[in-house]
Ligand binder design. Structure first.
Ligand code: SF4
Length: 440
């Protein structure tokens, strides 16, 4: 099992900036250290007569290919996001050159299976779980097929406990648990919400088993819920909160602002161990199609966010920069808004047209995708399309200036003080109210 992980930036000045601004660097480090839940879950579905090993990679390393070759594996499974997929293809070439067979899966290759098929022996389109037994059986028989595609969405009640034991005993700041797959909304820019099938909830009985496996390994763990939008879609939130509370974990997750308008949910959120949520405020200038009930006026969103923070849960406000209508003025207004806001933390990314999204299809139709800026530029920090009202270099420069302003030492200290105040109200963090995780 080889996931391609890590934080990537192509543009040199942005890379240099990312390494010096503490807010960016801390979040990048946290993301880079998250285990790859998809492959660990497939390892959990692997029959006992197989042995599995897990190797994280951030580039196509010949020494890692040699190390894996020494194990004489029947099959090597790769996963990669768009920004790292070219490295994964290069690595597949190194493995195949050493006589190994390679299967690849994940969101990116689900949208580009023909491309992936040029570099790997087999491609899994969509969810891996339904086809994994067939992939392994065919690999054992030496009859790997070029494409595997599930005929129906995976029933999450059949989800195995991920093989966290494969991670070894090294330090892991956060482990991951998925409580649901997909999202009932369909924001234009979002690649995660629908590509792997419809929105589904994982039954609480499965979650209890997964949490028990984690707490047996790490008491009082710090978790990142690998959900696209926890609590969206009619879940019995009390049952979920009680299950999480019983694990005695502290956790981070992604939600939408409507959580702040649900008093029942807010009442139990912090006590369940939730310390931080990421909320997409998205753009102040453009209303992306598909946002459904998430689309609202900014004052209403900020009132909801204040309610979440009053309940002891810090909010990372996430903004997409460079959408249609963006200008130097709008970016100046965005910076001023963030500088004066009550947000405990901030995430800024450049709008990125990931494959398979309506956004990419729209920009492609409009002839606005930049030639020469391929998948490795889909980092969220590199510009890959032509903005409608600004030049390419103007947008790149303005994004760096915005990042410098928003993640300045003074702003980072101000937000640190907000987090301290918020966490003072969190029963899981009182009385220390210290930083529970490595965000900005
Ligand atoms: S709410 Fe979040 S997860 Fe759901 S579609 Fe929008 S961006 Fe994707």
């Amino acid at each position: 099992m080889v996931p391609f992980t890590g934080f990537r930036v192509r543009e040199e000045e942005m890379l240099a900036l990312g390494m010096t601004l503490p807010g960016l660097a801390h979040r990048a480090a946290a993301v880079a250290q998250l285990p790859a839940l998809g492959l660990l879950t497939l390892a959990g579905l692997t029959p006992p007569h197989w042995t599995c090993s897990y190797h994280e990679a951030d580039h196509a390393s010949a020494s890692l290919a040699d190390e894996i070759a020494r194990q004489h594996p029947t099959l090597v499974a790769l996963s990669a996001l768009t920004a790292s997929v070219e490295e994964a293809y290069r690595f597949s070439g190194l493995l195949r050159g050493r006589g190994m067979r390679v299967v690849i899966g994940g969101l990116h290759v689900t949208t580009c299976p023909e491309e992936a098929g040029r570099y790997c022996d087999a491609v899994v389109i969509g969810e891996g779980e339904p086809v994994w037994p067939a992939v392994l059986a065919d690999a054992e028989a030496g009859e790997l097929r070029p494409v595997y595609r599930a005929s129906a969405p995976f029933d999450l009640a059949r989800a195995p406990v991920p093989r966290f034991d494969l991670l070894g005993r090294g330090p892991r700041p956060r482990l991951t648990v998925q409580t649901q797959r997909g999202c009932p909304l369909a924001c234009e820019f979002c690649g995660a919400s629908r590509l792997l099938g419809p929105h589904r909830l994982k039954p609480v009985a499965n979650l209890k088993r997964e949490l028990a496996a984690i707490t047996a390994q790490v008491p009082r763990p710090v978790l990142e819920l690998a959900d696209d939008n926890t609590f969206a879609g009619g879940r019995n939130s009390h049952e979920l909160l009680e299950t999480l509370a019983a694990a005695d974990a502290r956790y981070f997750t992604e939600v939408d602002w409507r959580v702040g308008e649900d008093p029942g949910l807010l009442a139990g959120l912090a006590a369940s161990g939730c310390v931080q949520v990421l909320i997409g405020i998205e753009s102040l200038v453009f209303r992306h199609p598909g946002m459904g009930p998430k689309q609202a006026e900014l004052p209403r969103i900020m009132t909801a966010i204040d309610a979440i923070q009053s309940a002891g849960v810090a909010v990372i406000g996430c903004f997409i920069v460079g959408c249609d209508g963006e200008t130097f003025d709008s970016l100046d207004r965005l910076a001023a808004f963030i500088e004066a806001s009550s947000l405990a933390d901030v995430q800024l990314t450049l709008q990125t047209p990931f494959p398979g999204t309506p956004l990419r299809r729209r920009l492609e139709r409009e002839g606005r995708l930049l030639p020469g800026r391929g998948w490795s530029h889909c980092t969220l920090f590199d510009l890959t399309f032509r903005p409608d009202l600004m030049g390419i270099e103007e947008m790149e420069l303005a994004f760096r200036d915005l990042a410098r302003r928003v993640f300045s030492p003074a702003q980072s200290v101000r937000r640190q003080a907000i987090r301290k105040r918020v966490w003072h109200n969190n029963p899981r963090l009182r009385p220390c109210a210290s930083e529970p995780s490595s965000s900005s």
